[in-house]
Design a protein around this ligand. Structure first.
Ligand code: FMN
Length: 296
């Protein structure tokens, strides 16, 4: 099938949520729809909104230095369309009785809107013109979320609901108790065990190393510290175990989930192909491949 090219329109293909930005001004309270809104810091919690210069909302926030971010739920398409389709300079949107269910905010004067997934009350901490919009960064002084609501998704001028979660793309391997415990102990309760390994194929055999305290045979395997260079860590590891290997520069990624009875452990393995530099120094054992080795 041919894909129709829309020159210069690639930017229309972003997917976002929609927030309703509430503000308080000389003519009362106001609400506008904004898709360019996101959290940009955990501590403090900061939210950035990118607002065009012609909006009543920007004028209000410049005066009051505060605003509400009300993240729309899938039931609020009418509210969003009106908040985004009319300006407060044209009509008092908040007065449309059958549309917005307005609630008083706790920490700011701008109101909040009920039925949203998130209501955040923000104090303006930074304002900067960026391109043809103005970035407003708000520090969240109060925030709540409603678990019973589902967020509204916006894509190519249309509204969508969140679909079912995508099933994880991991190879499932049934392993024995010993293998399972070996890897889950290494994981130390982490959701995903991240490790680097090497597959060494030589004369149709896989080189395996016996872990000192375990009868499990495995490929040479090490766990790098977060943020440290993986290849350098691997080279040091090989030096320590006195294995002289030439590694392929491009690894492959194996995303596995090991299963034993009702337990499972996720593993991300980055695997390098290694060639032994001097065959004589290593006695290669032929091993009965356990289920993990057989898929590598
Ligand atoms: C779905 C949707 C998303 C929008 N996103 C933004 C946005 O991120 N930034 C912006 O400046 N305007 C955005 N707009 C346009 C404003 O909501 C619109 O100009 C509004 O009339 C401004 O209202 P005000 O003048 O009362 O502040 C969006 C409109 C819609 C319908």
């Amino acid at each position: 099938m041919m894909t129709r090219k829309l020159p210069g329109k690639a930017e229309r293909y972003f997917t976002t949520g929609i927030s309703m930005i509430t503000s308080q001004g000389p003519h009362g309270s106001n609400v506008m729809a904004a898709e360019w809104v996101m959290q940009i810091s955990y501590n403090p919690i900061l939210i950035a909104a990118f607002i065009h210069k012609g909006s009543q909302t920007l004028k209000n926030i410049e005066k009051t230095k505060e605003f509400g971010v009300n993240v729309a739920s899938e039931k609020q398409t009418s509210q969003v369309s009106v908040a985004g389709g009319y300006s407060g300079s044209e009509i008092d949107k908040m007065q449309i009785k059958n549309l917005f269910n307005i609630i008083k905010s706790k920490k700011i004067n701008a109101p909040s809107i009920s039925g949203c997934t998130i209501n955040a009350e923000c104090i303006l901490v930074k304002k900067e013109k960026i391109g043809d919009h103005v970035m407003l960064v708000g520090k969240v002084v109060r925030m709540q979320h409603d678990e019973s609501q589902s967020p509204l998704i916006y894509h190519r001028n249309r509204y969508f609901q969140i679909g079912p979660a995508i099933e994880p793309q991991r190879e499932e391997i049934l392993v024995d108790k010993e293998t399972f415990e070996f890897f889950s102990n290494l994981a130390q309760k982490r959701f995903v065990l991240k490790c680097i390994g090497i597959t060494v194929k030589s004369k149709n055999k896989i080189l395996v190393i016996k872990q000192p305290n375990s009868s499990i045979q495995t490929i040479p395997l090490c766990i790098p510290s977060p943020g440290k260079n993986h290849v350098r860590h691997l080279e040091r590891f090989l030096k320590n175990i006195k294995l002289d290997l030439k590694l392929d520069s491009e690894p492959i990624m194996k995303r596995l989930v090991l299963k034993y009875e009702k337990n499972f452990q996720r593993i991300n393995m980055i695997l390098y192909n290694g060639k032994i530099k001097s065959e004589k120094e290593h006695s290669l054992k032929s091993v009965s491949l356990d289920p993990i080795l057989s898929i590598l």
